[in-house]
Design a protein around this ligand. Structure first.
Ligand code: GLN
Length: 454
């Protein structure tokens, strides 16, 4: 009830939610009854959970921020939602996002932008700005997000929250409306590293419904966070700092907060090692070919027949109906990427664009391999600037894309990444995040290191 009251009090200004559950209190009462009856409940049972609208739910609409899915009700729950319900978490509502998770500011939502709780004139990050803002504004203690190029981590950075993108394959995407299937991962958005670990333990692990899901036995990430908070895990930890990254347009307050965090780690016994990742600078270019290519294919299913919106064209052909529906149902950024992706995949251009981007992807993976032969984790500022003003970059896609320079490489390589608060910027007093990256499957290391620094 406290969270529903908080939503009622502040969400008109923040607009973190697209839909608030009308039966959360009943679900919570049921958990209470089970607890009273002596049921052995999960430690998160009864805790409210905000769910990014990219994840399908049977009891609330799932739009992925798009008009084309206005009011869409899924016949099944995403695996992460089903697992959360099974653990007794209480779904509170669905959170706002850039349409189909394309964006870094949540301004591309078809339902209007979300505002950053720290300063309502500023963006909450994207695409998962709704989940991050809900957690930052105390509308929800925990949230689910998805991260294809930074959509969990960059919103965490600009809202002073914690966000983790798991190893590719670590968390099921069954029921996550696909953006770019070789990059998408689902993960937690929370206020503490331990909270993220607790939620990750609930949602993670093998799912036969997702063919990319890893069959690994994962350690408890909550235990990893508790271990990190307790002890001297930073002692002797080798932290890689990328030589090529700090110069690429980072705000002074962001760089300063980053350096201060490194100094704190050094004081606790970490060793800061300069590493080279010469191909990271091509990450944005490669990503913005691979992502549109995969997205143009994934979004072909919105054909006016199988899902959501249909715009009738009297006397028109199937193609006319399809074109009119997609014209009305998709926003500008989605159309831009469909056109880009279709072009990059077209016969004659495939090798020059998609093929080259895939080669760059391999070079970035090799940069990671070489780096992780020398260091335990890589540290970067999560994004180049603090929260920018609503409207500031909306007409300049290139500026918007450059936000993702530090987050994209992890998606291209499939490695896990966490963003946690490193302090407030000396420039403008807004939150700054630090990102840690670890080798694939070493998500627990990020929880240990993150909790130690927190
Ligand atoms: N900003 C990135 C993009 O626009 C991030 C997307 C994401 O992670 N879903 O593609």
């Amino acid at each position: 009830r406290a969270h529903l009251d908080r939503i009622a009090a502040v969400d008109a200004d923040i607009h973190a939610f697209l839909h608030v559950s009308d039966h959360a209190l009943e679900v919570a009462a049921d958990i209470d009854a089970r607890r009273a009856a002596g049921d052995d409940l999960h430690e998160l049972a009864g805790v409210p959970l905000a769910i990014k609208d990219v994840l399908v739910t049977t009891d609330m609409p799932s739009t992925s921020g798009s008009r084309i899915l206005d009011g869409y009700l899924s016949p099944y729950d995403a695996t992460v939602v089903a697992r959360s319900r099974a653990a007794g978490l209480v779904p509170l509502g669905k959170t706002n996002m850039d349409e189909f998770a394309m964006g870094s500011s949540t301004e591309h939502s078809a339902y209007g932008p979300t505002h950053n709780p720290w300063d309502l004139d500023r963006i909450p990050g994207g695409s998962g700005g709704g989940s991050a803002a809900a957690v930052a504004a105390f509308e929800a203690p925990l949230a689910l997000g998805s991260d294809t190029g930074g959509s969990i981590r960059q919103p965490a950075h600009v809202t002073g929250t914690v966000g983790l993108k798991p190893t590719y394959g670590g968390v099921s995407r069954f029921g996550a409306i696909a953006l770019a299937s070789s990059l998408d991962q689902v993960g937690p958005v929370t206020r503490t590293v331990l909270d993220a670990g607790l939620l990750h333990d609930v949602i993670g692990g093998h799912d036969p419904h997702d063919s990319t899901s890893l069959a690994d036995d994962w350690p408890s990430f909550a235990d990893a966070a508790r271990e990190g908070a307790r002890g001297d895990v930073l002692k002797g930890l080798r932290v890689g700092v990328i030589r090529e990254l700090p110069d690429s347009g980072f705000q002074s307050g962001v760089s300063e907060s980053f350096r201060a965090a490194l100094a704190r780690m050094e004081a606790q016994g970490a060793e800061i090692v300069e590493i080279s990742a010469p191909h990271f600078e091509y990450g944005v270019a490669a990503y913005y070919l691979i992502l549109p290519a995969e997205a143009s294919s994934n979004l072909a299913k919105f054909d006016s027949v199988r899902f959501g919106l249909r715009v009738d064209v009297p006397g028109g052909t199937v193609e006319d109906v399809m074109a009119a529906t997609r014209e009305a149902g998709f926003g500008d950024e989605v159309k831009r990427r469909i056109i880009l992706g279709t072009y990059a995949l077209s016969a004659g251009y495939y090798d020059a664009y998609y093929g080259s981007a895939q080669k760059v992807r391999t070079l970035i993976q090799q940069d990671f391999d070489q780096a992780f032969a020398q260091v335990d984790v890589i540290a970067t500022p999560t994004a180049p600037t603090t929260a920018f003003r609503l409207g500031e970059k909306i007409d300049d896609p290139m500026q918007m894309y450059l936000n993702d320079v530090a987050t994209i490489p992890a998606n291209l390589a499939g490695v896990p990444g966490i963003s946690l608060p490193s302090g407030l910027s000396v420039d403008d007093g807004l939150p700054v995040g630090i990102q840690f990256l670890a080798p694939a499957r070493q998500d627990a290391r990020l929880y240990r290191v993150g909790a130690a620094l927190e």
